[in-house]
Design a protein around this ligand. Sequence first.
Ligand SMILES: NC(=O)c1ccc[n+]([C@@H]2O[C@H](COP(=O)([O-])OP(=O)(O)OC[C@H]3O[C@@H](n4cnc5c(N)ncnc54)[C@H](OP(=O)(O)O)[C@@H]3O)[C@@H](O)[C@H]2O)c1
Length: 284
Amino acid sequence: MSPSTSRAVLITGCSTGIGACTARILRERGYRVFATARRSEDVARLKQEGFEALQLDLLDSASIHGAVAEVLHRTDGHLYALFNNGAYGQPGAVEDLNRATLRAQLETNVLGWLELTNAVLPAMRRAGEGRIIQNSSVLGLVALRLRGAYVTSKFAIEGMSDTLRQELHGTGIHVALIEPGPIRSEFRANALKAFRYHIQRDHSPWHETYRAAEARMANAEADAPFTLGPEAVARCVVHALEARRPRVRYHVTFPTRLFAFLRWLLPARAMDAVLRGVSRGENR
Ligand SMILES: NC(=O)c1ccc[n+]([C@@H]2O[C@H](COP(=O)([O-])OP(=O)(O)OC[C@H]3O[C@@H](n4cnc5c(N)ncnc54)[C@H](OP(=O)(O)O)[C@@H]3O)[C@@H](O)[C@H]2O)c1
């Protein structure tokens, strides 16, 4: 591990959850943290907490490029790492997704990350070093019912990151994927908002299942089994920043390790049966 003193890290989605926690932990370790959020009130709060906070909305190219320009200006062109983290989950069966809903999911979770990554890479190439850390998910490895939009976005991030890692080989820039299982955050509350906003539920063949899923998402108190706090992800981010050779994939939580193993072990249809069982269990 190398000392972290004042290396600059840009993080997206710092209003809550994993982004907020990682920003605090990295600052405590001596990093210069550029904590970004899309809403001005969250940016103001982060500034009050002492962060160099900037507005960055992944849906808005001008906001992405404005934030990167400001970070590079303040660091004299030296941004060590980007933690792509800001995203949301769009629940709903695949047959209830329309183009606009899937497009919105991919605009935030994939295209925003792509645009931001490509905006910081020239500075990292000039420096001959850098870290791109992608907050993927266990759902970047396996699919679960009623999460098709989110699964599509995280599989896309996995594929894009695997490609980018090969393209950046030998440049000194490392790409690491973090794959959390359930983590305590505002994720479910935000997914519920996206569900109610985008999914026409009344005439769906999934109507009954949706009711159970909605109740589960609305129950902020009940953690899924093996849920960990956001520090578990932050610890992996620290390793991905400080290891001479970061891991390609960080499996956070027992479910991620288990599903990664089962995916390797089982034929696809047997894996489907396991995953259908998980969905049935959680929506009972
Ligand atoms: N929690 C889990 O169980 C879990 C598991 C696997 C992976 N992950 C991944 O972890 C990451 C962080 O999620 P979380 O669990 O910390 O959930 P969270 O508490 O809901 O945080 C998500 C963050 O993303 C931000 N965001 C959403 N849309 C954005 C946009 N257009 N531009 C910029 N920021 C945007 C949110 O901002 P607003 O507050 O403005 O909405 C919020 O700061 C995500 O990539 C998620 O896929 C989470």
